[in-house]
Structure formats: C-alpha cells, structure tokens
Design a protein around this ligand. Structure first.
Ligand code: NAD
Length: 336
C-alpha cells in the first residue's frame, strides 16, 4: 500500500452527525489529530459549520449547557432539519461519522437517502447495530455507488472492531464453527448515552424498537431501577452476523452477540471479547479469543474505529471506489 505517499496531504475535513454521548466523544477523539479536522457537527436542534475547524470543548459546553451546537456563535444555526441544512451549507465536508440514534429502525437509511438526494459526494461511516437496519443500507448500495458516496457500515465496536477481529481470527481455520461476541459496557449514567440504552432495551424480551423509542426518560429510569441499572442481553439482533456472512467467513446463524451493560458504574461488568472457534486444515478444533482492555471505554472502542474506517474510506473514495463496504471487508487505517 502506498499509505505513506500522502494521497491527501491536508487534514481531512470531517463532520459528526449526532452530538450525544458518542458524538461528543468523537469530537474529543479528533481534537489532537492532525490527519483530520472537525469542521461540522449537528444534533436534533441545530448544526455548526466552520471550515477552519471547530473547537471541540466549545461545541461540547454549548451542547451540554444549551442543548444544541446550533447555539455556538458565530457559526451555529438552529434548525429542525439540521442534517439537510448542513449537507447544503458544507459541501466541502469530505466525510461524516453518523453518531445518530437509529430510532426508528429506518432512520439511518433515511439519512443516507438525504445525502444521495442532496447530490453530496464523500464518505459516510456508521456504527449501526441492528441486522435489519443494515439490510436497509445494503439495499441502497447501487444508489450509493451511483451517487459517488463511499459508505462504510457497522464501524463501531460491535459491529465494528470485534467483527473485523473475527474476520482476521478466522484465517487460521478451514471451517468456522462459531463466532461469539460478548460485550461489557460500563457507563456512569444512562442519560449520557440515551439512544444506545434505548436501542439495547429494544433487544430485551417483551420490547422492540418501537416500544423502546416510545419510552419516556422516566420510564427508562424506572426499568433500570428494577434491574439495579444493569441490562443483560442475549442473542441480540446484531449485524455482525450479516457482515461476517457477506465477508464469506461463516453463515449468519453461527454468530451470536450478547452482553452486560451497567448504567451506574463506568467499570466494565465483564471484559469485552470475541471468540472464534473453528477447525484447522489439519483437523484441530480451536478457539481464538480477542479481548479488549478493560480500561478502554465504549466511546474509545466505537469512535476510534469509526475514524479509522473513515480514513480508509477517504482512500477508497479517492480511487473511485464508491458504494457500500462493511468493517469486515476493509482494514481501518490509523488516524494520526
Ligand atoms: P445519544 O442519544 O447520546 O445522542 C444522539 C444524538 O443524535 C443527539 O445529539 C441528538 O440530538 C442527535 N439527533 C437525534 N435525532 C437527530 C436528527 N434528526 N438530526 C440530527 N441529530 C439528531 O446517542 P448515543 O448513545 O451516542 O448513540 C448513537 C448511536 O450509536 C446509537 O444508534 C447507538 O446504537 C450506536 N452505538 C453503536 C455502537 C457500536 O459498537 N456499533 C456502540 C454504542 C452505540
């Protein structure tokens, strides 16, 4: 690879859509980087665009104190159609990390459609979780390619980092028997990641995406009170299965995802890991295990890969490779 030959010498102009838990962490991740410059951010109430670069701390303070980056003077704007406005206002943004809730389950696909309809060309990266939501993006792959958009889907932690690790681990085997992803997430309070927690609740028995979306904050708090703040999730509908099937690793029914989320303690309740079991060419059955360091937060393990894939996506885009890719078929690059 000609990675050092500098296909893009200037910092990549990046936007973050959604400025909640992950969006704010994304801004902090980018702040010390020289490869990328945060120039745009949007939330449900507004957006801010500054080609010269945004101050992450100012964006975060404004969002936390006033509820929207749209209040950030002098470049912020309040808008009920902030994504649409930002796409038109900032045509020079080269890539976006979509740190948006996928509520309803069709939301991310509708955002992708807005980019296509606006005639925007560049790189989009999501950290989408549900299989049925990723299938909607998959159905748009030809339109994305025709529009000149390079869209990388499933680029968070799971799906994302762990799916990619499973793809690499699988190479030792001739046949893959199972891929088992188990995640542990610890956060100090659920309000810092409302969409993540609602979408996790949607996997619990008796709930679905619509019921979870319809829950008030008070109802979520009441539910969490009943479980001492802990959500235990099994056999989740997670797109790691689809991504590994598309990558030719194994059938989707061999992939399982579950985990434990503690919403009252930043310490992880268990170590996040992926176990890949298979049979080697010489008949041995074995399991590779890749375990994330317990000190790494969900935000670190989602935002880091998301920007690594965004950087890889920029290279694909520059080479005319448009359309849909997943975290299991492209190697992320390291953002300096
Ligand atoms: P959050 O609830 O903290 O923040 C959501 C943000 O999106 C808010 O700033 C809100 O204003 C904004 N928003 C909502 N609707 C909008 C609209 N129409 N236009 C513009 N902005 C809008 O969310 P979060 O907890 O940071 O989670 C974001 C997403 O990341 C979720 O879908 C979650 O499932 C996903 N996630 C993925 C992984 C992974 O490993 N793949 C891990 C964690 C979270």
């Amino acid at each position: 690879m000609d990675s050092q030959q500098g296909e893009q010498a200037a910092a990549i102009a990046v936007g973050v859509l959604g400025f909640g838990g992950l969006g704010q962490a994304a801004a902090r991740v980018l702040a010390p980087k020289s490869d990328m410059r945060l120039v745009a951010a949007a939330d449900q109430q507004g957006y801010v665009y500054r080609p010269g670069g945004l101050d992450a701390s100012a964006c975060i303070t404004t969002y936390q104190q006033q509820g929207s980056v749209g209040y950030l003077a002098p470049d912020g704007h309040l808008s009920q159609v902030s994504i649409q406005d930002l796409i038109h206002k900032g045509p020079d943004v080269q890539g976006y990390f979509l740190a948006l809730p996928n509520l309803p389950n069709t939301f991310m696909a509708s955002v992708a459609r807005q980019f296509i309809e606006a005639g925007w060309q560049g790189v989009l990266v999501d950290a989408l979780k549900r299989t049925s939501a990723m299938e909607q993006i998959w159905a748009m792959r030809d339109e994305l390619a025709e529009a000149g958009i390079t869209y990388l889907t499933g680029c968070g932690a799971t799906p994302g980092l762990l799916t990619a690790a499973a793809t690499i681990a699988a190479q030792s085997y001739q046949e893959i028997h199972s891929v088992k992803i188990t995640f542990g997430v610890g956060i100090a309070n659920w309000e810092a990641y409302r969409a993540t927690i609602r979408e996790d609740i949607a996997h619990m028995p008796g709930y679905d995406v619509d019921t979870a979306q319809g829950m008030t904050d008070a109802e979520v708090t009441t539910l969490l009170d009943k479980t001492q703040g802990v959500l235990t999730l099994e056999n989740m509908e997670h797109a790691d299965d689809l991504m590994l099937e598309w990558a030719g690793i194994c059938d989707r029914d061999r992939v399982t995802v579950g985990g434990v989320v503690d919403t009252r303690n930043p310490k992880k309740p268990l170590s996040t890991n992926v176990q890949v079991t298979g049979r080697t060419f010489d008949g041995r059955i074995s399991t590779h295990t890749f375990t994330l360091g317990d000190e790494t937060s969900m935000a670190a393990n989602v935002c880091g890969p998301a920007f690594g894939y965004l950087k890889a996506g920029i290279r694909l885009h520059q080479r005319g490779l448009h359309g849909l890719y997943t975290a299991a078929e492209v190697m992320p690059q390291f953002v300096r």
